[in-house]
Each structure stands twice: as C-alpha cells, then as structure tokens.
Design a binder for this molecule. Structure first.
Ligand code: PLP
Length: 393
C-alpha cells in the first residue's frame, strides 16, 4: 500500500525533533552532528537566536500580504541583495526551482523583446541540477531525473562538464543563454575552475548570450565568499539563489541585471507567497549576518581547517576515500566505496552527511560550525571509515 507521504525519497530511519547550532536531537534523545545542514539550507545552524527572533517578531505583526501591495520587508531584502551583488533587481520566490523557472522565462522574454524570439537555446552542463519542475529537469538533461516525464521542454542543450572546446563550438549567436552552477552540488561537488567562469563570461559577451549562475547550493557564504562566482571575479546577468538565504525558512530569489530584467514588466510573472513578510524578515537577518566580511573570513578560516583534516582522513583511509574536493564549507569526499555506505556508516556514528553523484559524499555543515565540532565531525568520519574497512575485511 502506498504510504500516506508520497514515497519519492529514500529516507533514513531517523527522525529529529529539535535542533541547536550544528546539532540535531532524535526523539529518543540521541544527538547527531549535522554536516548536511538540510543540504546547505541551515547556513546559520538550527534555531539561531537572531533568526528565531526575526521570525517570531514578524509573525506577531503580519504573516502574509499579497504582492498587490508594497511589502517593506521585501524591499529591504532586495535593497541588501542589490547593494552586495551585481544585481539591479530581485524577484522573490519560495524555492530554488521557482528561480529556475523565472530564469528561463526571463531569457525567453529578453530575446523576444530584442526582436529575435527564435534565439532560444539555453546551454547547460552534464551533472547539473536546477530543480524538479519540467523546465528544471529539461535543463539538467539527466536520464535519472527525466525518465518517464516526456515530453520535456525544448530549448536546452547539455554539454560535457568542463569541456572548453565543446562549449566554444556550441556557443554561437543562436544561443540565448548559458546556465551553470559555479560549484555543482548534486553533481558531486565539482567546482568550475575560475578560468572557465571567466572564459564563459567572455564567450557570452562575444555573442550577447545571457549568463545565468545557479548559486542555490553554492551561494550565501557557502564557499567563503557571499557568492561563489566572486572567487573568479566575474558576474552573471541572472543569478538563482535559495537554500541558505532563508536559513531554513523557504525563500528563493532571482537576481538580475537591468539589461536582462527590463522586459519583465507588470503582469509577466508573479507568485502568491513569493517575497512574503515572514521569509523576507528572516532573509534580511541572514543577509545581515552572512554578508559581513568578518563572518565570511571566519568561514574561509574554518574551511581551511576542515579541508586539512579531511585530507588527513583520506590519507588514513585510502581504501575508503580517494580525495577531497570543493570550495569553502562545500566539500566533497570522493569515495572508493558506495557513498551511501559512507553516509550510513556516518549515521551509526551520529553524524549526518549527504550523498551526491560521481561517488561523492557531501560535507555541508552550518557555516557557524565551531573548530571543536569540525574536529568531532572528522573523528566521526574516521570511526565510520574504520567500521567500513572492518566490515570489508
Ligand atoms: C544548484 C541547485 N539548483 C536548484 C535547486 C532546486 O532548489 P529547490 O529544491 O529549493 O527547489 C537545488 C536543490 O538542491 C540546487 O542544488
């Protein structure tokens, strides 16, 4: 019999009732160290007092307002994002997938307004993940996500990851836009080298194609900069943001330059809940904390510490791990065993991590994780690896 909850997830038999910082507590009282952070969502850990205060203060005043009216919390958060990024304007949504939908609509509208509506192709990359709507799975082009869901949306072309020649050959003046994650998350924590991001910007400039960065997973301080593309010193025309920006409250944002966004006039897009006062009040507090230089410097310092310890772990367990990759606190352990086995062995040590494609286990702790917690996480991974080796012997 089908369960009451549609079984589209392979869920672990774990159920948490409370969270504080980097720790989650099970109903039975067991405490787990959280290096999953809701898949890069709980950027400031669980129950951060400033976020609880921002949410409850707003909840006591006003929950919902239609976008038929001005929403001061939304205007404030938009101004903060515009101030700290390339963007001139922001549309608020409730998830990453919704920002993918708007990105596709914005690209189509842009070329329609330019008088060349036939310019429709959006180039994407193997291993990409942009969400689960029809547009988003069409963009990812991976068999795992698209099987059984035909017909897909036309207008996407998937290129091999990191293949400069393939990109150069494909990026002609029929291409409307290029959509890329500066660091692939679901694809296995695969950073696109800075030189590739720079090359992409230059290639888009040469043909006028719009450049879209999907920073849903790698943005909001995760790599030690507010947004991952800042490391490469280039900016997109459109950027998708979600996950960390709400710190656990559902919130997404599509940021855009005036050039890209200009044709999106009144009536061309909307969302009942997008930009609601609750989400935006929390988002503004998250931005206040994360967009601070000292906070980001601390993320970079802790990321260095964690990476160094993970390199030691890999060296100690060459039968289990192959290497460490990633950027900041968006780290991946490439495994020689099934990543699901490493995640399960972590659960036995009361540690949460996330599997990804390309035989990788993702380490995505809250950005507020302490040095002691980093040491504890790696000690638990070490115990998990020892258990796996003993099992195999
Ligand atoms: C890079 C990226 N884009 C888009 C999405 C979709 O976001 P959401 O699940 O909030 O719709 C995700 C989710 O994991 C993601 O990692």
């Amino acid at each position: 019999m089908i369960p009451a909850v549609l079984p589209t997830y392979n869920r672990a038999a774990l159920s948490f009732t409370e969270g504080r910082g980097a720790w989650l507590t099970e109903a039975g009282g067991e405490r787990y160290l959280d290096c999953a952070a809701g898949i890069a969502v709980n950027a400031l850990g669980h129950a951060h007092p400033d976020l609880v205060a921002a949410l409850t203060e707003q909840a006591g005043r006003l929950w919902h307002l239609s976008n038929l009216y001005r929403i001061p919390e939304q205007e404030r958060l938009a101004a903060m994002l515009v101030d700290k990024t390339f963007a001139d304007t922001v549309f608020f949504a409730n998830s990453g997938t919704e920002t993918a939908e708007l990105a596709v609509k914005m690209v189509r509208k842009y070329w329609h307004a330019a008088g060349t509506p036939e310019r429709q192709t959006i180039l994407t990359f193997e291993g990409a993940f942009h969400g689960r709507s029809i547009a988003a799975i069409s963009a990812a082009g991976s068999e795992k996500m698209t099987a059984g869901f035909a017909p897909l949306l036309p207008g996407f072309r998937t290129l091999p990851f990191g293949d400069h020649d393939a990109l150069t050959a494909a990026l002609d003046d029929t291409v409307a836009a290029v959509l890329v994650e500066p660091v692939q998350g679901e694809g296995g924590i695969r950073p696109l080298p800075d030189a590739c991001l720079k090359g992409l910007r230059a290639a888009c400039d040469a043909t006028g194609a719009l450049l879209i960065f999907d920073e849903v997973q790698c943005g909001m301080g995760r790599t030690g900069r507010l947004f991952a593309h800042e490391w490469a010193g280039v900016t997109p025309d459109i950027m998708m943001v979600a996950k960390g920006i709400g710190g656990g409250f559902p919130l997404g944002a599509l940021l855009a330059s005036e050039r890209a966004a200009a044709p999106m006039t009144a009536g061309t897009h909307g969302s009942t809940y997008g930009g609601n006062p609750l989400g935006c009040a929390v988002g503004a507090k998250v931005m206040e904390i994360i967009a601070d230089d000292a906070f980001l410097a601390e993320v970079r310092r802790k990321a260095g510490l964690m990476r160094q310890k993970l390199e030691g772990l890999v060296a100690a367990h060459p039968d289990v791990f192959e290497g460490v990759r990633g950027s900041g606190l968006m780290l991946g352990l490439r495994c020689r065993v099934a990543p699901g086995d490493v995640v399960a062995a972590g659960h036995a040590q009361r540690l949460l991590t996330v599997p990804a494609a390309d035989n990788v286990v993702r380490i995505l702790p809250p950005l507020t994780i302490t040095d002691d917690e980093i040491a504890e996480a790696v000690a638990r991974l070490d115990a998990a690896a020892r258990a796996l080796t003993a099992q195999a012997a």
